[in-house]
Design a protein around this ligand. Sequence first.
Ligand code: SER
Length: 878
Amino acid sequence: MGSIIKEISKMFLEFFYKKKHKIIKGSSLIPNNDESLLFTNAGMNQFKEYFLGYKKSPFSRITTIQKCIRVGGKHNDFKNVGFTKRHNTFFEMLGNFSFGDYFKKEAIFYAWELLTDSKWFNLEKKKIYITVYHTDIETYNIWNKDIGIFKENILLIKDKNNIIYNSDNFWQMGETGPCGPSTEIFYDLGDHLKGNIKNNLGNRFIEIWNIVFIQFNKNLNGELISLPMKSVDTGMGLERISSILEGVDSNYKINIFQKIIKNINNFVKTKDLENNSLKVIADHIRSSVYLAAENILPSNEKRGYILRKIIRRAINHGRILGIKKYFFYKLAKKYIRDIDDREKEFLYKKYDNIIKIIKNEEKSFNEIINSGIILLNKEIKKSKNNYLSGKQIFFLYDTFGLSPDLIEDICINKKININKKEFIKYMDIQRKQSRKKHFFEKKINLYYKNKISKFNGYKIFATYSKVLDIYLNGISRNKINLGDTGEIILDITSFYGESGGQIGDIGYLEKDKENIFQVYNTKKQGNLIIHIGKMILGSLKINDYLYSKIDISYRMMISRNHSATHLLHFVLRKMFGTYVHQKGSLVTNKYLRFDFSYNNSLELKDILNIEKKINNYIFKNIKIKTYIQKKQEIKNNNIIALFNNQYDDTVRVVDIKNVSKELCCGTHISNTQEIGLFIITKFLNIAHGIKRIHAFTHNLALEYIQKQNKNIKYISNIIRTDEENLVKNILLDKKKINILKNNIKKLEEYISSQEEQTLLENNILLNNINLVISKIYNFNPKLFSYIIKKLLKKFTKIIIILSTKWENKIFFIIKISKNISDKINAIEIIQKNLDKNVCKVNGCANIAQGKINLSKDKYYFFLSKIRSFVLNKINKLI
Ligand code: SER
């Protein structure tokens, strides 16, 4: 897939490599240690600290191809995607960067050469237009005077609303971070398209390259602090430049997108390949695949929320196209299978996981969407005058995630009018409320005081309960209606409220089949248990009776992890002594995390030992009992007491028979065998004298082991050995490599000393200066330094000129001992005797080296020319 794109990326990197840039891999889509960004949104992100001068870049010139996501945050194109020709949620950015090295002039000249030179992209010069930040006269002059772009084709871009640097030609990474004025390069696709460069680009003018002159750091207060070092950050959208070079007028018409669009069409067979829904899906499949490849799971928060939003938007558009079956994950499979070899290795490795993530989300959203459509059809049937109100649409959108477009589409087919204006009004209200929510969370204690709810869910998983209180956005209400999110307080409940390191339960509060509240989380505030969630069917009122039913499998995993935490605590104290103390713990349905005080280092053998001991307790099927005891009775009873207990004069004891007793209010399983398996996945030092252990239990532990096992098999396959001998063979290979390295070193020394001998025989002594000049046959130029070192030791005044043909290139070096380098200059010898077009040379007065591009005859001639030149120089030194 996409061989043209492959070719363009290769040319880009090659061009900048030739301009002395180090080629570096793009970074992950999740920025490393940068809380200011949700996703990598530009090539420069991974170099933020270099730009800011916090770290020194190992290379002053770098070039990359960076995968980017632009959904959410400062650079957010989500709403446009699919409906314009240019915007994509996922795209690749070609970039070159200078860290305190070249600045405006070179950056502009490089871009110009790559775009217009016939050896490279060969774009028509007269079709190129430029924008420049209005006060950046230096950049204007470079384009106009040095490059020769007509004044009419250069636009000065002003600040918006007269706010300084508030301009399209002032680039900022995010709300904070590196920023600076920019110059942008546009391409004119032709006057058959609408648009004008001055005020409305239309589809005619396309922005292809942004060159940013990074000069400031924007801090949290919005102030711009000048940076000590001036840098360059450029970015060119790979899909956009491909569209120009492929001669098409839209990103979606380039080869890679056309393939995806044809694949989608297998599910629908629309004749109209320009259909926007096809474009939305084609775009979203790429972002979904790459986000899933980063192991992001669809959820209601942060990155997971964005992935969920993208997958769901694509599925909504699938429905608009009439696709009712699963298609999105199948499309993902096809996309990965067709991928070109630039990305093959990366995506193939993650294939199973990517497909699993997308398939699960598609499945759950399909279920929701189906219920939503059933309800929409009911509403349509009930509707009077063929009309649906904005409130009705908003409800379907908010509760079932049906997109307004999909609702509109279904309504148009059934000739129903909808009130869009009213819908937008509800959307605005929701937006305002979610802003308020944050404020409400801080106030939560205030609202719930003076109430009590009872927990009975240690052994019982469903309870007949009465509604005591309902809160919507922190305000007490009598009723909660369909689609509302809120908090419900019951007199008695089986839901465990998050506390003591154990997360809260999820489940349903069901009055009957028609009135259901879904609980997303349960929290504990003082004496209250708060069920947080959404009314997904019907409504509830204060004093209603209902069943509070927890999700049992979710709870079981939590309880397994909680009992395993007690075993872990016990084993640690047994192994390392009772001075080991718990410093924190988190028990979830996925994993357990345990922090404890321990001053020595934790070795792998300790970890294996801990696992072994805990699994032995698991296999022994030991009973776990819980009971309430009087506080006084537990003294000196070898019970681990951790938290300030909530019972007045009694405490709850979790007793793993003959193993551990711990005071705890959490939920547990009733015998150790139910834990199934216990595996430590991480052990870390988190602070001085504090260690952290992460562990899995039950089927998640098994999945973890299987994954590790798969990796071992994979590695064994690579180094061609069986698993039993894997470690032995890796160590052997390592040894062999070291021996080979040593042998090579010795061989090189030997070859060098041989050459040195021959050179000494041809040594010329003139005016007390030794001249060694030679072309060595087939000699690795890396070894020049060996010979030079030895010769410098032997003679005080010496000029050494060595050259060789190695791997079809001619290399040379000139070394002059320091005491005569004021009289004879190494770099001058080259400059006076060789045209700079055929020779790349670095150096100074006492050393010059490089590569020469000459035919054999000319090379010999060059050496004899140098020889007479140097002899002549030495002669004149009397
Ligand atoms: N950072 C700039 C951009 O993203 C140039 O790379 O446009």
